[in-house]
Design a protein around this ligand. Structure first.
Ligand code: AHR
Length: 500
């Protein structure tokens, strides 16, 4: 089966914002405690951070990390996490039915981010709290000194402000499961007033308003329209979330789920344009896709903790073990973000460590990479630059409600300063190879710098602590550059169910 692709160096979708390869860490499960922070681990540094985890995070190199929630943030008092660690209160976390020790707060997390070379994106509690807690938090985090909250930060050991640029105005406020859930009008009003207060301190902050938790919400997409009607001029982004499942064990439909994501992004882009027109605004609002991943493997086993009467500390919840098909889907999802990078500026894989995560730990062993680590790694490393417009002529296959989808899922990024084009490709066909022909218009004297591939005969194969490198990329074969009079071409064969 032939798949023809044409790209041109001048046909650009958008300059990709590096933050498209962001991540998310929530106070829940073993993400923070026993994940990034475990003072009694053999590989912990003097501050309790696990060096093995830090190394893998640095490999993924997310430029930004959203923190501290998630559902957790909607009943979080940020002040619980400052001051001497031994005096901090233990609280009950209503979102995840756990005990929160507050041993990690803003100081410890900021230290970890500095070690990892990651910027913070802080979420504020608009569930159980409001404007006052938010403005105090901003003053504590960003003001140099000479005010009550900034002086307290200095007293607590941090002289320089952290100068955090991105702030999320709550989390999933459309969800009835959220502590302090609100109607779109209630939330839109609060987001606008809170945003105004934060921008009264610093008009250059970037603010994110909550969009829908997923496109199955009854309030979608009216939620976005109503919320933006209140706060369009105040915020810079509307957030979206999406988690992918394969409960029906239907591989073809599963691997097509990024088409659903694409429609979700397209619809919300339309809502943004509608509100912009309605308000006669000159300002743009972009999408911050600040939670996305596969999440379903662990759902049954977590019921015991989430519905139980205990309040465990750092329970192993949402520990999905990812297989090869999950890695292929993650590759397709990232391709969608690249192709939509004109509207989606920021995206955060949810999450980073242990909780639905590419990086896993055991309490006494070494950190290891899940299958999904690899498409994230390749995109973060080689997906920075300009997203190129592609004309794709690929055979299709029927994917249930999503209709016919292309067997070849492909995105291309041009890193102009380095003179590198990166093609990210997934052959979604379950039996047939694709004979690939990519016309590289506007490029000449091309050569293949590297070709890495991920595939396996068993789509359900995983990595585990005992076999941490069972699934890993290998050098690809069978692609070559052919020079023609009009343009160079990349040609070769992509085996079924493979990532390149
Ligand atoms: O990432 C896990 C949870 O998923 C987050 O806490 C919440 O925002 C979403 O529902």
């Amino acid at each position: 089966m032939n798949s023809n692709v044409t790209l041109h160096r001048d046909f650009v979708i958008s300059e990709i914002d590096d933050r498209l390869y962001g991540a998310f860490l929530e106070h829940m499960g073993r993400a923070i405690y026993q994940g990034i922070y475990q003072p009694d681990h053999a590989d912990a540094d003097e501050n309790g951070f696990r060096r093995d985890v830090l190394e893998l995070v640095k490999e993924l190199a997310p430029p930004i990390v959203r923190y501290p929630g998630g559902n957790f943030v909607s009943a979080y008092n940020w002040e619980d996490g400052i001051g001497p660690q031994e005096e901090r209160p233990v609280r009950l976390d209503l979102a995840w039915h756990s005990r929160e020790s507050n041993q990690v707060g803003i100081h410890e997390f900021a230290d970890w981010c500095e070690l990892a070379g990651i910027d913070m994106m802080l979420a504020i509690n608009l569930g159980s709290r409001g404007i006052d807690a938010a403005r105090n938090y901003l003053e504590y985090v960003n003001h140099p000194g000479g005010s009550a909250w900034s002086n307290l930060r200095i007293k607590n050991g941090r002289q320089q402000p952290w100068n955090v640029r991105m702030w999320c105005l709550g989390n999933e406020m459309d969800g009835p499961w959220q502590v302090g859930h609100k109607s779109a009008d209630e939330y839109g009003h609060l987001a606008n007033e809170t945003g105004k207060a934060l921008k009264a301190y610093d008009s250059d902050l970037e603010l994110v308003a909550c969009g829908s938790s997923n496109p199955d919400m009854a309030s979608y997409p009216e939620w976005e329209a109503a919320v933006l009607d209140h706060c369009y001029e105040t915020v810079d982004y509307i957030s979206l979330h999406m988690y992918f499942t394969n409960h029906a064990d239907n591989l073809g439909e599963y691997l097509a789920l990024n088409e659903r994501l694409d429609r979700y992004i397209g619809s919300i882009a339309g809502v943004i344009d509608y509100i912009k027109a309605k308000k006669r605004s000159r300002k743009d609002v972009h999408i911050c896709f600040d939670e996305w991943n596969v999440w379903y493997h662990s759902v049954e086993q977590d019921k015991q903790v989430l519905q139980g009467r205990d309040w465990p500390f750092a329970p192993p919840i949402l520990e999905d073990l990812y297989n090869v098909e999950d890695a292929l889907l993650i590759g397709c999802v990232i391709n969608t973000f690249i192709r939509r990078s004109d509207r989606v500026r920021i995206a955060c894989i949810a999450q980073l460590v242990n909780v639905i995560a590419p990086i896993m730990t055991s309490d006494d062993g070494e950190a290891w990479r899940q299958t999904i680590f690899y498409p994230l790694y390749f995109a973060s490393r080689f997906g920075r630059g300009k997203a190129l417009q592609l004309a794709v002529d690929s055979p299709t296959y029927p994917a249930g409600e999503l209709g016919d989808v292309a067997c070849l899922d492909v995105a291309a990024v041009h890193d102009e300063p380095q003179g590198v084009i990166s093609l990210f490709m997934v052959n979604r066909h379950q039996h047939d190879s694709l004979d690939l022909d990519v016309a590289l218009e506007g490029f000449s004297d091309c050569r293949i710098l590297d070709h890495q591939t991920l595939d396996h005969s068993d789509m359900k194969a995983t990595n585990t602590e005992a076999q941490p490198t069972h699934i890993r990329p290998s050098a690809g074969a069978g692609l070559a550059i052919a020079g023609t009079t009009s343009a160079d071409k990349l040609q070769g064969r992509l085996p079924p169910l493979s990532y390149h």
